[in-house]
Design a protein around this ligand. Structure first.
Ligand SMILES: C[S@@+](CC[C@H](N)C(=O)[O-])C[C@H]1O[C@@H](n2cnc3c(N)ncnc32)[C@H](O)[C@@H]1O
Length: 185
């Protein structure tokens, strides 16, 4: 999707999108560092709020050939764009539905739990913790939850749910990004 179309979706649906521009290549690279997600063992990866796919692309680049990516995007226009870009890759399921329902889709895909959850849902403007708590429930023990934010104001919410957190900073993004990484203990 072009930058202007993304900008329009940001204006029309600000409460869901939470930004006016997609993440940079550097955000995707940082989120998918091996120290954050173990791609050598991950078989079921879940992405929440994929937008038009800058992080999706990096996840697919690093995923094993027999792994699957359940990719949630609530916005129909973004979902269409994701299908156009990645629909031919057999490893991805593009799900135009609420990320809250991830448990159902993980089970439907034949898994008990997820190895990693990557999220860019703008929880700074979504005050409820339901999706973060559901991510914690759906993750395997030792699995990572990796969340994109543009500040540290929501950090305590992840600390409360996961009891641990690490921050990685990405300067080369507009605005600069704080990647929150939590492990399910
Ligand atoms: C900040 S944008 C991130 C887009 C993209 N991942 C990126 O980094 O450029 C957040 C995305 O989350 C999606 N979203 C918000 N709430 C959602 C929900 N409950 N379930 C699935 N997607 C959601 C929005 O439609 C939007 O595309």
């Amino acid at each position: 999707m072009g930058a202007i179309k993304f900008f329009i979706q940001g204006i029309k649906n600000f409460k869901e999108v939470g930004t006016f521009s997609r993440s940079s290549h550097f955000v995707g690279k940082t989120i998918t560092k091996d120290k954050h997600i173990d791609f050598s063992t991950a078989k079921c990866i879940v992405e929440l709020g994929a937008g038009d796919g800058p992080i999706t692309k990096q996840i697919l680049n690093k995923m094993a050939p027999d792994a699957i990516l359940l990719c949630f995007e609530i916005n129909e226009k973004f979902s269409e764009d994701l299908r156009r870009q990645f629909g031919k890759d057999k490893r991805i399921q593009i799900i135009n539905d609420d990320a809250q329902k991830m448990g159902h889709y993980i089970r439907e895909a034949g898994f008990k739990e997820a190895d990693a959850v990557v999220s860019a849902i703008p929880f700074v403007i979504i005050p409820e913790d339901d999706i973060i708590e559901e991510s914690h429930r759906c993750l395997k023990k030792g699995g990572k939850y990796v969340q994109l934010h543009y500040s540290l104001v929501a950090k305590k919410r992840y600390e409360r749910i996961f009891n641990n957190i690490e921050i990685d900073f990405v300067m080369l993004n507009v605005p600069p990004a704080f990647i929150h990484i939590c492990e399910k203990l």
